[in-house]
Design a protein around this ligand. Structure first.
Ligand code: KMH
Ligand code: ZN
Length: 275
């Protein structure tokens, strides 16, 4: 079994300081949270950015500023900028995060339209084709975000047609978003059983499912994502003071379960990244 890759989704687009004062908005806060996660053992940071007032943005300039600032303190970290942005953003707006220099090693590619709480997260086939084309042209490895069981079939069909990058594919099964596939072990098993041999995968459990889904992912040979984007609590009723605290809990779980944690360099090998 490969070492465990931990991803920290440090910011997200939806969570606010009202919910947890440690949610980062400014560049300095985003750097602080990235560093806390990497220091605790995260090999990857999944990045959304905000305006200083917390408004989610996909501004190329803001991504550039944040990525440069993060690399200054975490030079080895793998950054996975979001192309999902926030619900309601246009595809063109969302794709700006792939325009930074250097070209991102990876970026998210969301695998279908779905409910997202009371809203609709819009990922039509033409949108996904455009995102796949961009990533093929620029050599960006997608992290395929599946929020629904059907998203897996959708993206595998697109990969077979050459519309999005193919093997080896990296999937992130995001389970427990209200309105989407539930965070259960049988659902995770079904998804894992249906990915092509040689693929890698991560599981993200939303809200109270963050750590109950981390545990099966650790023992099944998958990888784990945690962070404020997905969950604000260290345990029931206890807000996490930093993303580092959430990562540290996964590191402790992995240690108890006997699975070593990957550095960023080791994660690059496991994910077949070139850098
Ligand atoms: N903010 C969500 C609507 C991604 O980063 O690609 C979508 C999201 C997925 O966070
Ligand atoms: Zn995201």
């Amino acid at each position: 079994m490969d070492k465990l890759i931990i991803t920290a989704a440090i910011c997200g687009a939806e969570v606010t300081k009202e919910q947890n004062p440690a949610v980062p908005y400014t560049v300095e806060e985003i750097v602080r949270e990235a560093k806390s996660a990497v220091d605790a053992g995260a090999a990857i940071v999944h990045l959304h950015v905000r305006e200083d007032d917390g408004t989610p943005t996909q501004s190329r300039a803001r991504f550039q500023e944040c990525e440069e600032a993060i690399y200054k303190v975490c030079p080895d970290v793998i950054l996975i900028p979001s192309t999902g942005g926030a619900v309601g953003m246009s595809p063109e707006e969302r794709l700006q995060s792939t325009d930074t220099t250097p070209v991102p090693e990876m970026a998210t590619l969301d695998c279908g339209t779905c409910n997202f709480g009371d809203e609709i997260f819009d990922n039509t086939m033409p949108t996904m084709r455009a995102f796949g084309k961009r990533m093929l042209e620029r050599g960006i490895k997608p992290e395929y975000e599946c929020f629904e069981m059907g998203h897996l079939d959708t993206i595998l069909t697109m990969a077979r047609k050459g519309e999005v990058p193919g093997a080896p594919m990296q999937f992130n099964f995001v389970l427990g978003v209200p309105g989407c596939t539930a965070a259960t072990v049988p659902n995770l098993c079904w998804l894992v059983q249906n990915i092509p041999a040689g693929s890698t995968w991560t599981c993200t459990g939303i809200g109270r499912h963050a750590f109950t889904m981390a545990a099966p992912a650790i023992v099944m040979g998958g990888n784990v994502r945690v962070g404020f984007e997905d969950n604000l609590y260290l345990e029931r009723g206890v807000l996490a003071k930093s993303n580092g605290e959430l990562v540290d809990k996964v590191v402790r779980m992995a240690k108890e379960l006997g699975r070593p944690v990957a550095t960023s360099a080791e994660a690059r090998e496991i994910l077949n990244l070139k850098k």
